[in-house]
Design a binder for this molecule. Structure first.
Ligand SMILES: CSCCC(=O)C(=O)COP(=O)(O)O
Length: 231
């Protein structure tokens, strides 16, 4: 299975490439953009490549049929097991703030989370209902992405999940690395989740070829390009 690098920005003022997949990449478009990335990399000034994950380094189905269902199916067990840890308290605080905002904006699926004093079971029930709705709506929000990363960590640790990348990704990363081009990942998934995926792929640990991981907390991709341009 080969990747779908189907959109690519080559800002004339920049030494960086930002490659992102489209949801339904047309074959013609894909070919043209693959040719562009080859030309851009062959033409020397590019110092870095920024890749997103879903549909670019990895099949969309890995995210929608493996990662998201794993988080959905394990959110209750995770919250129950880790409820009193610092990490989960922080995750819950972020979720609470997001749910408050969602309720105020009438977001479908948002349900009030009772105060801690109502007891763990009621709090977890409400959190699970909110998280399920957020996953179903594929929301790219920090509170959800942070929690998903913590749930996936268990899956990677016990090898229930392996990171899936297209088969041309490992050689491309290796080639770019060897020729001094820096490759970064930019994804809505948390940086911790990105490290888990690339550290535990079916091709082994690919992190040695990657120079950094960025998530949406840095802002839009264009902010990342300016961030990299400063270095
Ligand atoms: C860290 S991988 C999980 C990907 C994810 O959560 C997601 O929403 C897909 O994001 P992307 O920005 O890579 O399309």
């Amino acid at each position: 299975m080969r990747s779908h690098l189907s959109s690519i920005s080559l800002p004339s003022h920049s030494h960086h490439i930002y490659a992102r997949s489209a949801t339904q990449p047309g074959a013609q478009n894909k070919k043209k953009l693959r040719a562009l990335i080859r030309i851009a990399l062959a033409g020397t000034p590019q110092r870095s490549v920024v890749l997103d994950i879903e549909g670019t380094t990895s099949p969309i189905s890995f995210v929608t049929d493996v990662l998201f269902p794993y988080a959905r199916d394990n959110v209750r067990t995770h919250l129950d097991a880790t409820y009193s840890t610092r990490e989960t308290k922080d995750d819950i605080a972020l979720l609470r703030a997001q749910v408050e905002q969602d309720l105020a904006e009438g977001v479908p699926g948002a349900v009030p989370v009772p105060p801690d004093g109502a007891g763990k079971d009621r709090v977890v029930d409400a959190l699970v209902a909110n998280v399920e709705a957020m996953i179903a709506a594929d929301r790219k929000i920090t509170s959800l992405k942070q929690l998903q990363g913590h749930i996936w960590r268990t899956g990677f640790e016990c090898q229930e999940i392996k990171g899936v990348v297209f088969d041309d990704v490992p050689p491309a990363l290796e080639r770019w690395h060897a020729s001094g081009i820096k490759t970064y990942i930019y994804s809505s998934g948390s940086r911790e989740a990105q490290r888990l995926i690339f550290g535990n792929t079916t091709y082994g640990d690919l992190r040695r070829h990657l120079c950094g991981f960025f998530d949406a907390t840095i802002g839009y991709a264009v902010h990342l390009v300016s961030h990299l341009s400063a270095h």
